[in-house]
Design a binder for this molecule. Structure first.
Ligand code: GLC
Ligand code: GLC
Length: 653
């Protein structure tokens, strides 16, 4: 099937055959009205050719290509028919306003259900808190059925159709999604589609020797292929050791006397997307989540989903084709659904996932890492460069900007970029690791190393925002001055994610400055994974102090509240258009946000000392040199600005 005309013919034929089949299915199922059907048909005509081409590209070599395609199409049609009518209404609304997420009203929050509020019902009870904070996007970390023992914080999923009984039920999730939506909050869940847990039905059947299910994974009878792959693979979790049964990214299973590909933990089995059945089944799981009411899916570990011998098996072109395939299926059956990319990789690769036909949203791991870099170095060169050269992604997509996630901080800047500023990437990463683990003389940070790799000298950093920003050390060893500086650091980097453009995402607990919690070391399930130091239980006694300005919690929360208000009340913070300006001061970052004829100038001082900044009026073409800070109302003169330690200023110009 290589011939172009044959390909075209097959596309036409399948399109018309499928439309007839779906029409029949629609007639058979009650409750789908004509206008809905018309809309659906339109979506099929637009998106099916794209889906077909991707599927053809990936799977045309398979004997049963046509029957797999038919199966896929049936899944899509069935899931669309089953989609609840309120979500079909949402589909229409989102189609009318496809870049709704660019609004300056957007504000994200992320938490673990159990750690933050016990269970789904607890989360429901916290909706007033989310609304108070102004959230419009809530990412709940995995709530699905997982193994009882280690489960990577829920990222080893055994079934998408069952909720972890400790957290609640699918019905509760549906109710929660609806209630959040009625409060203007979009539910975000993970689509952990690179792997399943070793207790999933598919893995269990594979382990029992069922060949059909062994094909769902990458399973090898001996070390020959794993060793051949291994030559080019990066070890993601080098700490992972399972009594000699793991080597590199593969785990040995005596039951079947085979090696299973396990990029992350040994109990997380990588799916085999070279098998079209896996793609089809996972499309079904994805649409199931969409029909539960999930509006944004965070595509977990998406860089790893395709493997190819002789490559590092990350970010391969087929991984993009697969994601585009999921996207096209979503556009047909659940068009309100958006994808957010979790590519914590080289910045050249991060952007490749961002597009309307792939992921409209993406974590911005570069900005995250460089913000921490700037706090450590007190210099903004790398930050200037990152914003100037790597921030622009066009108006149809948005960054999700964050200072902290539930994962480690990896220093994912480009060595070439750093080199141009005279910085050696390897040495600089070592410095940052030392700084954030508190090993560097004078460091304010209290972080822990994560996944130290003795072979490469590489490691990453764990720790809460407040502990990394100096609050833990200041409270335990220092004076009020350092406490104040730590609070300013927290507010400074949040000030940037709230104004720089895109969706700001707060790791819940950071708004009141939760510190590291070392008790994870006592929990056999988590003690091997330092990320648990920042995955703390929500301390509601602390959160309840948020309105008291004489408490640390209150100082952080109210500072953040002012920044959130600033964002929400100024439509200049809509979208992601940004111009970086030269402040002629190594410690001060400056950028201008612009929407229509409104402009805001943001200045951020990364130094603990007072800094003077001269903003060139001509460079900005402003006529009035007197400007007032939007946060405090204080008047400044553009040509002679004195910024306080770690100060953050915003001027309408
Ligand atoms: C993602 C998750 C992380 C998890 C990994 C494997 O990176 O954020 O927590 O360990 O995927 O699922
Ligand atoms: C996943 C892991 C994270 C790791 C990254 C490496 O995102 O969760 O810990 O740094 O992969 O690419």
């Amino acid at each position: 099937m290589n011939n172009d005309t044959e390909h075209e013919g097959l596309l036409e034929e399948s399109l018309s055959r499928f439309l007839i089949k779906w029409e029949t299915q629609r007639l058979a199922s009650r409750g789908i009205d004509n206008s809905d059907w018309k809309k659906f048909k339109e979506r099929v005509l637009i998106n099916f050719p794209r889906l077909f081409n991707l599927y053809f590209q990936l799977y045309s070599g398979h004997d049963n290509f046509c029957s797999h395609l038919q199966d896929l199409v049936d899944i899509i049609a069935r899931m669309w028919i089953e989609r609840p009518s309120d979500l079909k209404d949402l589909d229409k609304n989102r189609e009318k306003d496809p870049t709704w997420f660019q609004s300056n009203q957007m504000l994200g929050g992320v938490c673990y259900v159990d750690l933050f509020a016990g269970n789904l019902e607890g989360i429901r009870n916290k909706i007033p808190y989310f609304s108070e904070l102004g959230l419009t996007y809530l990412h709940l970390m995995p709530v699905f059925l997982v193994p009882d023992g280690e489960n990577d914080g829920g990222y080893a999923i055994s079934s998408y159709r069952e909720i972890n009984p400790a957290m609640g039920s699918v019905d509760q999730l549906v109710v929660l999604a609806g209630e959040l939506r009625s409060e203007g909050i979009s539910l975000v869940l993970d689509f952990v589609f690179n792997h399943t847990s070793d207790e999933s039905e598919w893995a269990t059947r594979a382990l029992s020797g069922d060949r059909e299910f062994q094909d769902y994974y990458r399973i090898f009878p001996n070390r020959q292929m794993p060793d051949a792959y291994e030559i080019h693979l990066r070890e993601i979790f080098p700490d992972e050791k399972v009594n000699g049964k793991r080597s590199g990214s593969f785990t040995y299973h005596t039951e079947i006397m085979c090696w299973v590909w396990t990029t992350f933990h040994s109990y997380q089995w990588d799916l085999n997307y070279a098998n079209p059945v896996v793609f089809n089944r996972m499309v079904e799981e994805m649409l199931y989540l969409a029909n539960v009411g999930v509006e944004i899916l965070r595509l977990d570990a998406l860089a790893f989903i395709w493997k190819q011998l002789g490559t590092d098996c990350e970010n391969l072109p087929e991984a993009h084709s697969l994601i585009q395939g999921f996207n096209a299926a979503g556009r047909i059956a659940a068009p309100a659904l958006l994808f957010k990319s979790e590519a914590i990789v080289h910045p050249d690769e991060v952007v490749k996932y961002i597009s309307p036909v792939e992921c409209r949203l993406s974590y911005n791991p570069l900005l995250m890492a460089i913000l921490w870099n700037s706090l450590a170095t007190r210099k903004v060169h790398l930050l200037n460069q990152a914003l100037q050269e790597r921030f622009n992604i066009g108006p149809c997509c948005a960054w999700v900007n964050y200072v902290r996630s539930h994962d480690d901080i990896g220093w994912t800047f480009s060595d070439e970029d750093a080199q141009r500023l005279g910085i050696n990437g390897y040495d600089h990463r070592r410095f940052l690791n030392n700084f954030y683990t508190g090993d560097f003389e004078g460091s304010f940070a209290r972080g822990l190393p994560f996944q130290e790799n003795p072979k490469t000298g590489d490691k990453r950093i764990s720790g809460t925002c407040a502990s990394l920003a100096g609050l833990e050390k200041a409270l335990q060893e220092e004076t009020d001055v350092e406490v104040e500086l730590a609070i300013r650091r927290i507010l400074l980097i949040h000030g940037i994610i709230l104004t720089v453009g895109g969706i700001p995402l707060i790791y819940l607990g950071d708004e009141v400055g939760f510190l590291n919690d070392y008790s994870y070391l006592l929990n056999p399930k988590n003690k091997r994974d330092s990320r648990w130091v920042h995955r703390t239980f929500a301390d509601w006694v602390k959160i309840d102090k948020r309105h008291n300005p004489s408490t640390i919690e209150g100082r952080i929360y109210q500072g953040l509240e002012r920044l959130i208000k600033l964002r929400k009340e100024n439509s200049t913070f809509f979208g992601n258009q940004i111009d970086v300006i030269n402040t002629e001061n190594d410690h001060v970052l400056g950028y201008v946000r612009k929407v229509k004829n409104q402009r805001v100038l943001v200045l951020a001082n990364f130094n603990e000392h007072i800094q003077n900044v001269i903003v060139n009026q001509e460079q900005l073409s402003v006529s009035n040199s007197n400007v007032s800070d939007m946060l405090t109302g204080e008047i400044y003169e553009l040509e002679d600005i004195t910024m306080g330690p770690l100060g953050f200023l915003c001027f309408q110009i």
